[in-house]
Design a protein around this ligand. Structure first.
Ligand SMILES: [Zn+2]
Ligand SMILES: [Zn+2]
Length: 266
């Protein structure tokens, strides 16, 4: 049974399901997805995102503003703490630094990242960190702002082993997406081979980054099994064992998320 530790369910293409959101979820469940973490990228869409997933106990939500989002409401620490104190919010993010899709003076992006780290510390909830082409600044800000006190995950990890090691040393988990299945991702597969098994997570980042053999198509949570299968092969494990390990890791890190069978009635 897989956990998709990072997806944007409010953006998944429902065309194959005739627009039926529940049918898309049913298919994911039928293919072994036991839990999904639906990740927030801006405050404007946050209420609608929560509304969309609220009747599904196997879906958790996060709260945050993506480092590449411009023009929307800029979050303050107080606002994130106010909204994030809802018990349904299991993590703060996605946040982080992205120097690939942004240029010029990115002081605003660093400030926004620090705001999220402070909110996560105050809430004692884990961070979901997005990092791209910003290795040194990401680690430097995590250290300076005390991110290890909140803990969390480096999601859709595509960076070097050196950075992986620094994040692991800060107590963070690493999550791998369909990128790991791409032909040109040999270096990344080496990183995934070296991460301690108890710090490993899997994700789709749906609707983006569909794994091989769906590369280039719209991604959805059911494809997480392809990420799992690739890592299992790399690590010499069965897919079932890899699924169990990464699911355990998920529920250990995101303490407020509950496996379906452990949910209390009512
Ligand atoms: Zn991301
Ligand atoms: Zn994402």
């Amino acid at each position: 049974m897989f956990v998709d530790s990072h997806c944007h369910l409010d953006r998944v293409d429902l065309t194959p399901y005739a627009g039926d959101f529940d049918a898309m979820l049913a298919q994911a469940r039928a293919e072994g997805v036991q839990h999904m973490l639906c990740v927030c990228i801006d405050l404007e869409h946050y209420p609608a995102m929560c509304q969309r997933v609220k009747d599904h106990p196997d879906i958790s939500v996060s709260l945050g503003v993506h480092p590449s989002e411009r023009g929307g409401q800029e979050p303050s620490v107080d606002e994130l703490v106010r909204l994030g104190s809802d018990p349904a919010v299991v993590a703060i993010g996605e946040t982080g630094l992205d120097y690939h899709y942004n240029d010029g003076d990115l002081g605003w992006q660093r400030q926004r990242f620090v705001t999220h780290i402070e909110a996560a510390r105050r809430l004692a909830k884990p961070l979901i960190i997005h990092t791209r082409d910003a290795r040194e600044d990401t680690i430097a800000l995590m250290r300076a702002a005390g991110a290890e006190q909140a803990g969390g995950v480096m999601h859709c990890f595509t960076e070097t082993w050196e950075m992986a090691k620094q994040a692991l040393d800060l107590g963070f988990y690493l999550s791998f997406s369909g990128i790991l299945t791409f032909k040109n991702a040999a270096a990344l597969r080496e990183v995934a081979q070296s991460v301690p098994l108890d710090r490993l997570l899997i994700e789709t980042d749906s609707p983006y980054l569909a794994p091989v053999p769906y590369r280039g198509k719209k991604n959805e949570p059911r494809f997480v099994s392809h990420v799992a299968a690739r890592i299992a092969a790399l690590r010499g494990l069965s897919v079932e064992a890899l699924a169990e390990i990464t699911s355990e890791n998920f529920f250990r890190l995101f303490r407020a998320a509950r496996p379906a069978e452990q949910r209390l009635p009512g």
